[in-house]
Design a protein around this ligand. Structure first.
Ligand code: G6P
Length: 582
């Protein structure tokens, strides 16, 4: 994970370099927040200056308050620790021995120990435990005999693993060097600056056009030029540039206290826009033909739950069996990854999902990507991309992107089955209105609990899994989604006085849920019902539309549990929104 951002600029904007990089970091913080750091070339002093702090970007913002610097180039980083504990020494940017090179990196350099040993033998002195610092010294070593870009490329060629790396050197204070292998990297063009970053959202405010950098590409940018090459040949990236479909305002909190609450409330619009876009998408025709054959779905986290909704609906309406694979496990079953593979991913950058996609492509499969971020790796590697139109999702816990994925996938089901999706956005909006007060009061009662079950059956089971995931992710209360009937085969051993059980309603088999309720209640459990006439009230609906009515109450419950416990729901501990490592 980790988020990286860099820029090259000119004129008066040089005085804004630090501020612009901090703004980019704020927007990239969903990628990790173990530490944050920034390095710029201070043109008055003629040297690189670095600031880093353990913890969130705000600590770095405080550290830099009052700092006035004119800097033509700068790099910044927000970290999700892989190698080395999250402290200030291990925070990026990392420097070479002389402080003339600064590097930020997202990914893993797998041969860093061998490289480090060689570099130590040559006299380099290391300060951190990170794999990244190796690159600063490697670059330094190469600079002894080469001009900066040649040295950068040569250093890159020695790396194994995967990375997005950005570096600056005081020996070349107009250029920012970058390279990509598997970890995301996007370049952006602005009026008097150019930028490079891990995602599009962080570029929105300053860049009118963006373009993804592809695997194996290396390059540099100055304020007026972006140069890219691959295997020693110049790559013309001009045609790759596009106008981002999002506005900078979409990536702000507006009047909401947290992104998560804003994004929950944006779900009606996200669902509506996704439905409008997919129902006029010409690629759907080909997708529907592909779906007539054997279908495998790969996805992770919340996206996997959207895949469950899809596979349940296809099974129920058409008797069609879809193989659903958790993408982190899919590679074990590589022979299954053939024919038509649907990869669902909000970010389009989840490492495990991309790994499954690459195996599928090697096996000759047709890959359909269901993705929210245009220009992401999945978008580019899939044979056909279908887009959810949720806008940028900043809260780490996925909310609006889940219901957008569900909308898109159920639209495909509706086209295949002839069963119509009816105004799902209105159901979402009514669900939020109806359930918000109840969710908040139940959160008061549940916030101090240690553990709970969320039971569902049929169409409500994927929502029970998703509801439990939301609760775990942001309130740190152990919550386990479980099939209601299966709960008596083991889990019920946990039932005791005060043990909470939430039940996700479905119209398909209320009786089964009632039985589960009695089984737990008779053993002292506190049982809470989520649905029409429930402890959290949600609108009535048929099973097909159930995700739109009972998902928001669980999201709101999780949100209020986190907030009432004093946690930041937008940045849950240990998590990152986009998991680009395996
Ligand atoms: C991370 C996030 C989850 C997300 C999952 C898959 O674990 O914390 O919220 O559902 O990745 O992400 P994707 O971008 O592939 O949908």
């Amino acid at each position: 994970m980790c988020g990286i951002a860099a820029l090259a600029t000119t004129g008066e904007t040089k005085k804004q370099t630090v501020r612009i990089l901090l703004e980019a970091l704020r927007s990239l913080e969903y990628r990790g927040y173990d530490s944050a750091g920034l390095a710029v070339y201070d043109e008055d002093e003629g040297r690189i200056k670095v600031w880093k702090r353990k913890g969130k970007v705000e600590t770095l913002v405080r550290l830099l308050r009052g700092v006035r610097i004119s800097a033509p180039i700068g790099i910044a980083h927000t970290r999700w620790a892989t190698h080395g504990v999250p402290n200030e020494v291990n925070a990026h940017p990392h420097l070479d021995c002389r402080g003339e090179i600064a590097v930020v990196h997202n990914g893993i350099i797998s041969n860093y120990l061998e490289l480090k040993k060689e570099l130590i033998e040559k006299g380099h002195v290391f300060k951190s435990e990170t794999d990244t610092e190796v690159f600063a010294h490697l670059f330094e070593e190469e600079m002894k005999s080469k001009e900066p870009f040649e040295a950068f490329k040569s250093a890159i060629s020695k790396l194994e693993g995967y990375y997005a790396i950005v570096a600056i050197t005081s020996k070349d204070p107009e250029r920012v060097f970058f390279a990509r292998k598997e970890s995301p990297l996007i370049v952006g063009k602005g009026s008097d600056l150019n930028m490079v970053s891990s995602d599009i959202a962080s570029l929105l405010r300053y860049c009118s056009k963006v373009a993804p950098i592809e695997d194996g590409e290396v390059g540099w940018l100055t304020w007026r030029e972006i140069y890219v090459e691959k295997n020693g040949e110049r790559v013309a990236v001009g045609e790759r540039f596009f106008r981002p479909p999002w506005t900078p305002e979409q990536a702000t909190k507006g009047n909401f206290p947290h992104f998560m609450l804003k994004e929950i409330h944006e779900q009606g619009t996200a669902v509506k826009e996704t439905l409008m876009s997919i129902s006029t998408d010409p690629r759907v025709k080909e997708v529907l033909e592909l779906l007539e054959g054997r279908v495998v779905v790969v996805a992770a986290g919340t996206s996997l739950h959207a895949g469950m909704v899809f596979s349940y609906a296809l099974g129920k309406l058409l008797g069609k069996d879809v193989i659903l694979l958790d993408s982190s496990e899919a590679y074990h079953l590589e022979k299954l990854l053939k024919d038509t593979v649907i990869a669902i991913s909000q970010s389009g950058e989840t490492y495990d999902t991309l790994k499954a996609v690459r195996i599928a492509k090697r096996n000759g499969a047709k890959v359909i990507g269901v993705v929210n971020v245009l220009g992401s790796t999945l978008d580019r590697e899939a044979d056909i991309s279908l887009y959810t139109r949720a806008g940028p999702e900043i809260g780490v816990a996925a909310t609006k992107t889940f219901l957008s994925q569900v909308t898109l996938l159920l639209y495909l089901v509706s086209r295949m089955s002839g069963v119509e999706l009816k105004d799902p956005h209105l159901l979402v909006e009514s669900s939020i209105r109806k359930s918000i007060g109840y969710a908040r009061s139940l959160a008061e009662r549940l916030k101090e609990k240690q553990s709970m079950f969320v039971l569902g059956t049929g169409a409500s089971l994927p929502i029970a899994y998703e509801g439990a995931l939301k609760i775990k992710e942001i309130s740190y209360v152990h919550a386990e989604g479980y099939p209601a009937g299966e709960a008596k085969h083991g889990p019920i051993a946990l039932a005791e006085e005060g043990f909470p059980v939430l039940i996700a309603w479905t119209p398909e088999d209320e009786e089964k849920l009632q039985v589960a309720k009695e089984e737990f209640a008779s053993r002292g459990s506190e049982v809470y019902w989520v649905g029409p006439r429930g402890d959290i009230v949600a609108p009535e609906s048929d099973w097909l539309h159930l995700p739109f009515t009972i998902t928001p109450p669980f999201q709101l419950l999780a949100y209020y549990m986190a907030v009432l416990k004093g946690y930041d729901p937008d940045k849950p501990r240990n998590l990152a929104k986009s998991v680009t490592v395996h």
